[in-house]
Write a protein that binds this ligand. Structure first.
Ligand code: ATP
Ligand code: MG
Length: 225
């Protein structure tokens, strides 16, 4: 007889928006359909067509936390989020697959007309507003530029416009938001896509249910690359 936990469905943690949308084709490739969308349903636990799998809908930056503590067996999170999480909780997550979804770039952006080249010579000092404190700190340290980091939680584009910062470090996909706010990207910090992350204990104790899904995701994401 098997312990009850082995019969529970696997739990996959996802954020709504582009990660949820771009994960649906990967689930479909594994033969799993999801009837409800988190946009129209207010449910935070969504069943799937497989009795072996349920989804939980959490904030993008909370996905690693649910997986690390085992409240979700696995999850999908951007490298931006994983990088910041790892700075606080080193070594806790197994990251087997780059899914090549939700792609964008982490960039430095400034007000149009701001002389960035002049502002970042060796030994200079810059005020940088960002949600990505760790990535920003390392980017400028590697250039030998001193930065005063101002932590924000959203709407970073506003900071250079109202004199809170000289520059921002933010995610850019089409560039439409920067353009609408008279900002320009001046440097790439990192290329971003989402990775699958797996709880270490689940990987060992629930491999029979987990491995076929990991294999299907790996195959479907390679087809996307
Ligand atoms: P929240 O809105 O819950 O505070 P968030 O803004 O980080 O969190 P989303 O906007 O849903 O969450 O973005 C989730 C993930 O999607 C990001 O962490 C990133 O990896 C990816 N992504 C891809 N392109 C973009 C983009 N242009 N802007 C923001 N995120 C993007
Ligand atoms: Mg958002």
């Amino acid at each position: 007889m098997s312990p009850a936990s082995l019969d529970k469905p696997l739990t996959l943690a996802l954020s709504k928006g582009r990660i949820f949308d771009e994960t649906m084709p990967l689930l479909a490739a594994a033969g799993v359909e999801v009837a409800e969308s988190p946009e129209s349903s207010r449910k935070l636990i969504l069943p799937t067509s497989s009795p072996d799998l349920q989804l939980i809908i959490v904030r993008a930056s909370d996905v690693p936390t649910y997986v690390q503590y085992g409240a979700a067996d696995f999850g999908i999170a951007g490298k931006d989020v994983l990088y910041e999480h790892a700075a606080q909780h080193p070594g806790g997550l197994y990251q087997p697959i780059d899914l090549n979804i939700a792609r964008c770039r982490l960039c430095v952006a400034v007000r149009r007309g701001f002389d960035y080249e002049a502002a970042v010579h060796q030994g200079s000092r810059l005020r940088v507003a960002t949600k990505y404190v760790q990535a920003a700190r390392e980017h400028f340290a590697a250039k030998g530029v001193y930065v005063d980091i101002i932590k924000l939680y959203g709407s970073m584009e506003l900071a250079p416009l109202v004199g809170l910062a000289d520059a921002i470090v933010d995610l850019v996909s089409t560039g439409g938001t920067l353009k609408a706010n008279n900002l320009v990207a001046v440097e790439e910090v990192a290329q971003i896509s989402s990775r699958l992350i797996v709880n270490q204990a689940s990987l060992k104790t629930r491999a029979a249910k987990l491995q076929p899904l990991l294999d299907a995701f790996a195959q479907a994401s390679q087809a996307q690359a």
